[in-house]
Design a protein around this ligand. Structure first.
Ligand SMILES: [Fe+2]
Length: 251
């Protein structure tokens, strides 16, 4: 989320990868550019500081210059269930540090986010395409509703390594491995300023809600944390053995 989140990743992601022995790292970057959207420069920056792939969400195209970049990128993806004319792709396959490959899928839930088609219409084919490449498959389900994220995870249980929710900016306390071996957390949380209303200066968010009038939002600064989830899995089967929420104060 914005400059505070980027600063935390730039300072700490490399060492966190080493400390936790991370084989591949996926960052949701849809709020990288001052809270909404991402620019080509910031996407390159996230990849340079330790992300192997970057996923996006409902704000994917808030910066118009990102379209051509996504069309050319094989590591920065937008939700797959957009219209057929949308630039870019919803699946990336990236190398892991131990010689394997991780497929990353990004889909958008329906509540409040209005994707062109339901994620359930595209997910089976996406997962089949991913699994033809590698048994390691991570799905970033970018959605508002907890129910949609849980339903998708249970639908995919045993077919993918992990289903990780994003978008609400609030880390949930339900990280667990489902019966079929798919790791799941409803929301991985926010890397950014938590003394805020989901990353926005509290006064501004409250003023907009209290008055109903337009208020220009600004990214908050305080209480920065790196949040996410660490998943352990078997390289052969692709199934997960554990998932732990990550919550690291910064600095
Ligand atoms: Fe979002």
């Amino acid at each position: 989320m914005g400059a505070p989140g980027r600063a935390a990743l730039e300072a700490r992601l490399g060492e966190l990868r080493a400390e936790l022995d991370i084989g591949a790292c996926v960052v949701n970057g849809e709020n990288a550019a001052d809270g909404v959207g991402i620019t080509p420069r910031l996407a390159d920056r996230l990849l340079a500081v330790g992300a192997d792939a970057v996923t996006l969400g409902n704000h994917a195209f808030r910066r118009t210059e990102i379209g051509d970049y996504l069309q050319a990128s094989d590591r920065v993806i937008r939700p797959a269930n957009t219209s057929s004319t949308t630039p870019g792709r919803g699946l990336a396959v990236v190398p892991t540090s131990n010689g394997g490959w991780l497929a990353v899928v990004n889909v958008l839930g329906s509540l409040f986010l209005h994707p062109a088609i339901s994620m359930f219409e595209v997910i089976d084919e996406l997962v089949a395409t991913a699994r033809a490449e590698t048994p390691l498959v991570l799905v970033d389900v970018h959605a508002e509703a907890t129910s949609e994220k849980i339903a998708l995870a249970r639908w995919l249980d045993g077919r993918v390594t992990a289903v990780v929710g994003t978008h609400t900016h609030v880390q949930t306390s339900d990280a667990h491995v489902l019966p079929g071996g798919t790791a799941f957390i409803t929301d991985a949380g926010m890397t950014g300023p938590h003394d805020s209303v989901i990353g926005v200066e509290s006064d501004l968010a409250i003023r907009r809600m209290r008055t109903g009038m337009p208020v220009r939002f600004a990214t908050a600064q305080g209480g920065v944390r790196i949040e996410g989830a660490v998943i352990e899995c078997d390289a052969e089967s692709g199934l997960a053995s554990s998932i732990s929420p990550l919550r690291v104060p910064f600095p």
